[in-house]
Design a protein around this ligand. Structure first.
Ligand code: HEC
Length: 102
């Protein structure tokens, strides 16, 4: 009886911990959202012609860049256009996804 309680406590603790670690971006969700970016940045974010490589970019830097495009602080019509429909969570997910690529 007591040990069952212990196990439950440990499981809850572990779930809570992974919750904090995973709270931000989900790379799997990010991947499924990244198709809109692939036409310019390549299927794996490798960069195509004038479109920069974004694979392997640190998540923090990615978010910062994306927000700068979104607010127009970094003016670039193509990027601004792609960003209009994306939520904060979408950005976090995509950041995790691209950061996970080489
Ligand atoms: C229509 C083409 C196009 C689409 C679609 C597009 N981008 Fe871009 N992106 C660009 C270009 C061109 C640049 C370089 C702009 C500049 O010089 O500031 C850029 C820049 C970036 C940068 C900054 C790169 C750096 O080195 O600082 C990031 C991050 C980025 N894009 C991510 C994305 C993501 C994520 C998506 C999908 C939501 C996306 N882009 C969709 C064309 C595109």
């Amino acid at each position: 009886m007591k040990s069952k309680l212990m196990i439950t406590a440990v499981v809850v603790l572990l779930m809570g911990m992974s919750g904090t670690i995973m709270a931000k971006g989900d790379p799997i969700a990010g991947k499924s959202k990244a198709y809109i970016c692939a036409s310019c940045h390549g299927v794996n974010g490798e960069g195509v012609e004038q479109n920069p490589k974004i694979a392997g970019m640190a998540a923090g830097h990615f978010i910062k860049q994306m927000k700068a495009y979104k607010t127009g602080e970094h003016n670039h019509p193509m990027m601004e256009m792609s960003l209009q429909k994306l939520s904060e969570q979408d950005l976090e997910d995509m950041a995790a996804y691209y950061a996970s690529l080489k």
